[in-house]
Write a protein that binds this ligand. Structure first.
Ligand code: HEC
Ligand code: HEC
Ligand code: HEC
Ligand code: HEC
Ligand code: HEC
Length: 303
């Protein structure tokens, strides 16, 4: 069976023959459901992502006044993504949001290619490698503000390395007989998790009577957004006082490696809590909570 498979693989690799096995509708930007016939696992991940809901989310419908603000629609239902360029609006299957073909297919219908991070042999839809798929520039087409912040942070870690976590080696397709011809490849999660800051991402210390907070781990603003409205809430409780601060992308942010100071009336015993609410969520979640005590060395005495 395998021998037969490899023999036919050899024959098929003559590029003239490749086009014979093309499933033409795949080269006309079908909805994600069609891609799921072979890429089952990736499709299931994408169903969990916000990209899948980008066009149908209640907030999007409300803020675009029921899709009447035309300039808003393109990034939420893209025709094709060319790294670094703002996409145009798709004409079909708008409710699919930011979908597979929108991100991977480029070119005229029938004449284009499926672009991706690898050099593959994919008879149903000819593919081409584009190394931009692993760089932040790819995401910058739509995440323009976050990309700008990321660039200023001057780190080498890409958006994908955090927001498309590595899943190990696995098959890209789960469909017979194609699965016989292909070796497992490195997979990256298409659920595009929003993630959550970890304790070590935020350094909270006392400097005299000031609380110092530094975002040392996340190479973009906290919170960050292009059009959404995520919020952070800082609550500092001490003996006889409580201070609350709201963070939004426009009002106040924790910029990468830039300290934020907050004066406190007393440093005797402080409880610092940070909560967040993502743009699309009604839920307030605890990010971290920490108790600080002024160490003897940080207390200064007046003579
Ligand atoms: C075609 C435009 C487009 C491209 C390209 C794109 N995104 Fe998005 N992304 C969106 C839109 C629109 C949303 C908002 C969806 C919603 O919540 O309604 C979003 C949401 C997200 C979220 C969830 C944010 C939250 O508030 O929870 C993450 C994480 C994300 N994208 C990561 C990425 C990464 C990483 C890349 C690059 C590999 C990328 N995106 C490429 C348009 C895009
Ligand atoms: C009939 C099966 C089939 C369908 C349906 C299908 N694909 Fe594929 N796809 C393949 C095969 C086969 C490969 C190569 C797998 C390998 O080499 O491991 C592949 C590879 C890919 C790659 C990797 C390309 C690269 O260069 O890195 C992408 C991206 C991709 N497909 C996207 C899609 C999208 C988007 C759709 C829906 C429009 C889709 N596929 C529908 C069979 C299919
Ligand atoms: C927001 C854009 C976006 C959407 C939507 C999207 N992809 Fe991808 N896809 C990417 C990027 C970026 C990579 C490269 C990830 C890496 O190598 O770090 C990738 C990688 C892949 C790969 C190579 C294997 C891997 O996991 O790295 C395949 C196959 C693929 N995508 C198919 C699909 C299919 C099928 C869908 C729909 C169910 C889909 N993609 C939706 C951007 C997208
Ligand atoms: C070092 C890992 C890392 C890198 C690199 C990174 N992010 Fe994030 N990102 C995070 C974490 C962690 C969060 C969650 C912050 C929180 O607690 O709300 C986040 C949150 C987000 C959010 C959700 C809104 C918010 O403020 O919570 C978006 C959108 C986003 N990132 C997009 C991007 C894009 C686009 C890039 C590349 C330009 C990128 N990220 C690079 C780790 C990273
Ligand atoms: C250049 C691409 C782009 C354009 C144009 C665009 N958006 Fe977005 N939008 C995004 C990205 C990327 C996100 C995800 C990160 C964030 O929260 O800002 C997003 C997220 C959102 C969200 C939060 C997610 C949700 O579903 O709750 C809303 C609401 C939204 N956009 C509304 C709009 C409105 C209204 C306009 C027109 C004024 C618009 N967008 C135009 C890229 C775009």
């Amino acid at each position: 069976m395998k021998l037969l498979a490899f023999l036919s693989l050899f024959l098929l690799s003559c590029s003239t023959l490749e086009r014979v096995f093309v499933e033409e509708d795949l080269l006309k930007r079908p909805p994600a459901k069609r891609c799921s016939e072979c890429h089952q696992k990736i499709y299931r991940e994408w169903l969990k992502s916000r990209h899948h809901l980008a066009y149908t989310s209640k907030d999007f419908i409300r803020t675009t006044e029921n899709y009447s603000k035309l300039k808003c629609l393109s990034c939420h239902a893209p025709h094709q993504v060319e790294p670094g360029k703002r996409p145009a609006l798709r004409k079909v299957f708008l409710k699919d949001g930011v979908n597979c073909a929108g991100c991977h297919y480029r070119g005229e219908d029938l004449k284009g290619f499926m672009y991706g991070p690898y050099k593959v042999f994919s008879p149903p839809h000819p593919s081409k490698r584009d190394k931009n798929f692993t760089s932040s520039l790819y995401c910058s087409s739509c995440h323009q503000r976050t990309y700008k912040e990321w660039k200023e942070a001057k780190v080498s870690k890409s958006c994908q390395s955090c927001h498309m976590p590595y899943l190990g080696k696995d098959d890209l397709i789960q469909k017979f007989p194609f699965d016989l011809f292909h070796l497992a490849k490195e997979r990256h999660s298409h659920s595009f998790p929003s993630l959550k800051a970890k304790e070590e991402d935020l350094k909270i210390t006392l400097e005299g009577n000031r609380l110092k907070i530094v975002n040392v781990g996340i190479p973009h603003n906290l919170p960050t957004a292009d059009h959404g409205s995520p919020k952070y809430y800082l609550i500092v409780e001490g003996k006889g006082f409580i201070i609350k601060r709201l963070f939004t992308p426009k009002l106040r942010v924790l910029k990468y490696k830039e300290p934020l100071y907050l004066e406190v009336p007393s440093t005797e015993e402080l409880k610092v809590s940070l909560y967040r609410r993502l743009s699309w969520s009604k839920r307030r979640e605890l990010v971290l909570s920490k108790v600080l005590r002024a160490s003897p060395s940080s207390v200064s005495y007046q003579r």
